[in-house]
Design a protein around this ligand. Structure first.
Ligand SMILES: [Zn+2]
Length: 450
């Protein structure tokens, strides 16, 4: 064994030692449990470690699925609402939602085609270039993407003659990828699917699992599948929104029924280690309010030592308390205070007879508006650039969605920016509202007038 390899192994085991895996005694939550919460928690087990010991992370009440926009006819019908209740495991600190709505019902006939987003396709192109260069991929290798959507990412490997295979659960989306010439299996990925692929001789030198880990109900089967599918010296990359950003930047509106898990870096290290995978590198990405791209390999593959930046991020999380339950318990009061501030503001301006419009109709806006109980009594309408949404209504709150031009026709006093991640772009586009004294309002991370 080379000196390099042995020092990397020492580092790996240190990571695992530092990341606490034993249960801790916990002070009672500062956020009192209601009877409803007790009932919601009853029978909930951690989807990673199986523990029954958990605490409230945040209770966002009852909410419809955040992408279920309504037609005018649907306004007269009943609408399904599900608890949007996130808890944190006291044993492994995985923040999670129960599977109130099955992944099959959400993802089997999914309407989201990644190629519709130019910035997302560009993100994918840069990823492919970087991976081909760093891991010297060529025609003798194989790249597998899990949840490969319409081939928006794999097309960049195919263009560089690196064999690629997608695994995609939505049949309609997989069909679009195949039409583009991207080999795609229509399946939900997990242990069984990986075993079948390996039996067919399809092991992967690079596995990409971008923005899928949070959506997986059976986390252990999924990560076990990654382990099975990965070639002996292969590399696996996983992208997911970073829980530290969700907490520090108050991004509670990114909690959706479709996101079953919310990961810190330490928790991902722990989950992967339990399946014989070692996290050896990490990059911070600006996507989805702040994501991590984590690199993992087989634990035996010690030729890829743990990088300095992986060590640093792990240390930062430990210092910030992400391996202590108290850190998670202070989140719910912070979220409740954000709601009160936003409502205070809206009550005041509406009492003064001023009009308020929304900008955007993103999923995160729906989480926020439903949690705060903001309907057309506070926000007259919202606008969106996506023509598919025009004439429809936001789920739960029934706020109508118009074209952006509607703002200039009605001249509201305030425009609440719902996709806060795009605030600079939106303020630039709507600069014209200043002409009638219009102001922008950003609700997250805290109420700010722009
Ligand atoms: Zn757990």
């Amino acid at each position: 064994m080379s000196p390099d390899a042995s020092s990397s192994m020492a580092k790996d085991s240190q990571i695992l030692n530092d990341v606490n895996t034993t249960p801790v005694d916990v002070a009672p939550s500062r956020y009192a449990r209601t009877e409803a919460i007790e009932s919601a928690l009853l029978g909930a087990t951690c989807r990673f470690c199986g523990s029954h010991r958990h605490q409230t992370f945040v209770d966002l009440g009852m909410s419809p699925l955040c992408e279920s926009y309504l037609t005018r006819e649907q306004l007269d019908q009943m609408e399904p609402f599900y608890p949007l209740y996130a808890f944190v495991c006291e044993n492994c600190f995985l923040v999670q939602l129960k599977e109130y709505v099955t992944a099959e019902s959400i993802f089997s006939d999914y309407a989201y085609f990644s190629s519709y987003s130019d910035s997302w396709v560009e993100h994918a192109r840069r990823y492919a270039e970087a991976m081909i260069k760093r891991f010297q991929l060529n025609r003798d290798n194989r790249v597998v993407e899990i949840a490969s959507n319409d081939g928006y990412l794999l097309q960049h490997f195919v263009a560089r003659n690196v064999p690629a295979l997608g695994v995609e659960p939505a049949a309609n989306v997989a069909a679009v990828a195949r039409k583009k010439g991207i080999a795609t299996r229509n399946a939900f990925f997990g242990r069984e699917c990986a075993r079948e692929m390996v039996e067919e001789g399809l092991r992967a030198d690079l596995i990409a699992a971008n923005n899928v880990l949070a959506h997986v109900p059976d986390l252990n089967s999924f990560v076990a599948g990654l382990k099975i599918l990965l070639a002996d010296s292969g590399v696996l990359t996983v992208e997911f929104p970073h829980l530290m950003r969700l907490i520090e930047e108050n991004q509670f509106d990114t909690i959706y029924h479709e996101h079953f898990c919310y990961f810190s870096f330490c928790t991902v290290i722990r989950v992967f280690a339990a399946h014989g995978l070692t996290v050896f590198d990490v990059e911070k990405l600006p996507t989805h309010g702040g994501s991590l791209r984590v690199y993992a390999r087989h634990e035996q593959d010690t030729g890829k030592p743990v990088t300095q930046r992986a060590e640093e991020l792990r240390r930062r999380e430990l210092e910030a308390g992400y391996e202590r339950i108290e850190t998670y318990l202070s989140y719910a009061p912070q979220v409740a205070e954000t709601k009160r501030k936003l409502l205070d503001f809206l009550i005041e301006v509406r009492r003064a007879g001023k009009h308020v419009a929304g900008y955007g109709a993103p999923g995160k806006g729906n989480t926020l508006l439903n949690y705060c109980g903001i309907r057309t009594d506070f926000i007259d309408y919202t606008v969106d650039r996506n023509p598919i949404k025009h004439g429809k209504f936001l789920p739960g709150t029934h706020i109508p969605i118009h074209e952006p031009q509607h703002i200039f026709e009605t001249q509201p006093a305030y425009v609440v920016i719902l996709p806060w991640n795009l605030k600079d772009e939106i303020v630039r586009q709507l600069e014209g509202i200043r002409e009638w004294g219009g102001r922008f309002v950003l609700p997250i991370p805290e109420l700010t007038e722009l």
